[in-house]
Design a binder for this molecule. Structure first.
Ligand SMILES: C[S@@+](CC[C@H](N)C(=O)[O-])C[C@H]1O[C@@H](n2cnc3c(N)ncnc32)[C@H](O)[C@@H]1O
Length: 361
């Protein structure tokens, strides 16, 4: 049973020093959605609570994280003047080339050397929302036996970097796809997959097992990579965005939101998880990373494809405006207990947010 208490966690501080700390585990809280768009209100429900507890009984506690060699990691920093200077030479349309150049020069200051623990906690604690990583045509419940691999849900990580989150999702049972514009990044991911092998991806739930890991080169905004992996639009059950939204020039946000609606499976099966970062950076400041407060995700995902008004870097929202028919709805939003050090302020307060989004249709 998943209960309140403490457990040991492995982490890095701002100097990338590896340390182990005791951390508090809070009991899982569950909510049902009350549809009052655009901001949805959550309220507790005892039925879903007991459902989740039944599911969680089958999930083993996660094993300690395996730290990557600190020497390969860069210093986390919100201020990356070199990155913004580098990208000033590219247009929003050609910035993919800018990323590829950085990968070729091995300049990856965003790289934290491990998956974000906020994603791990989301997959464990919000399983009541997300469901199993195995699909069942009738009732979405795990049933024993046949064609397990055919029933695996598909997860996408756009702009996956070194692929840490992709490996994590496969361990949770998803067929996990890492998309990268940079061929160099894809090669690094494939080599890492080869190096760690099957054993390097710990299974999180023995009944669900492990999914496949696949890395593909392509532009998020185009379709050719979908053809390469044989997946269609609207077929990803889970999409995870971390440091992808904030990596894009803000003029691309309407296209980013529209693309998410095109790639995600229809509601209620498809879940988009956005780990919102950096929420406290001045949105008017140069990036990447571009300041990405929760309101920016809210406005763009509520109105995909629309050019929205901005003032001093802040998107101008209208809370009374209905979600667009092709828009997404935020069904849950919270601050994670654990996240990378770069998602906290100097006093150690978490500044990141996690949101789960679904299509309206
Ligand atoms: C800031 S990095 C974050 C990488 C990874 N998510 C992480 O947290 O380490 C952004 C990544 O997005 C990739 N990227 C940028 N534009 C892209 C696009 N249009 N399609 C696919 N990948 C893209 C870049 O190559 C880069 O590796």
């Amino acid at each position: 049973m998943f209960q309140a208490g403490t457990e040991r966690a492995v982490s890095y501080d701002n100097n990338n020093t590896y340390y182990i700390r005791e951390q508090t585990i809070v009991p899982v809280r569950l909510f049902k959605t009350v549809r009052t768009s655009p901001n949805l209100v959550n309220s507790p429900t005892s039925q879903t609570r007991s459902e989740l507890q039944n599911q969680l009984q089958r999930i083993p506690r996660h094993p300690p994280l395996t730290p990557s060699p600190a020497s390969t990691m860069s210093q986390p920093s919100l201020n990356q003047p070199k990155l913004s200077e580098h990208f000033s030479k590219f247009t929003p349309e050609t910035q993919g080339e800018g990323w590829d150049q950085l990968w070729k020069k091995d300049t990856t200051p965003w790289d934290r050397g491990e998956h974000n623990p906020a994603l791990e906690d989301t997959l464990l604690q919000r399983r009541g929302f997300l469901g199993s990583a195995l699909r069942n045509e009738e009732n979405e419940e795990i049933s024993e036996g046949k064609n397990v691999d055919k029933r695996r849900k598909k997860a996408l990580v756009p702009g996956c970097g070194r692929g840490f989150d992709v490996f994590l999702l496969a361990g949770f049972g998803y067929d996990a796809y890492g998309l990268e514009y940079s061929e160099t990044a894809v090669e690094i991911c494939r080599k890492e997959a080869e190096r760690i092998g099957e054993e390097g991806i710990p299974v999180r739930d023995a009944e669900v097992g492990k999914g496949r890991v696949m890395f593909v080169q392509g532009d998020f905004f185009k379709n050719d990579w979908l053809e390469k992996i044989g997946v269609g639009e609207g077929e990803f059950d889970l999409i995870y965005d971390y440091t992808f939204f904030c990596a894009l020039n803000p003029v691309l946000r309407p296209k980013w939101a529209l693309r998410m609606t095109q790639l995600l499976a229809p509601s209620p099966h498809g879940n988009l998880i956005c780990l919102e970062f950096p929420t406290a950076k001045d949105p008017a400041a140069q990036g990447p990373p571009f300041g990405s407060p929760p309101a920016a995700y809210m406005e763009h995902l509520s109105h995909p494809g629309e050019d929205l008004p901005y003032e001093n870097g802040h998107v101008k929202g209208n809370p009374l405006r209905e979600v667009s028919p092709n828009g997404m709805e935020r069904i849950s939003h919270w601050q994670p207990e654990r996240t990378h050090a770069v998602g906290k302020d100097d006093a150690g307060n978490v500044q990141d947010w996690v949101a789960i989004w679904r299509r309206r249709n």
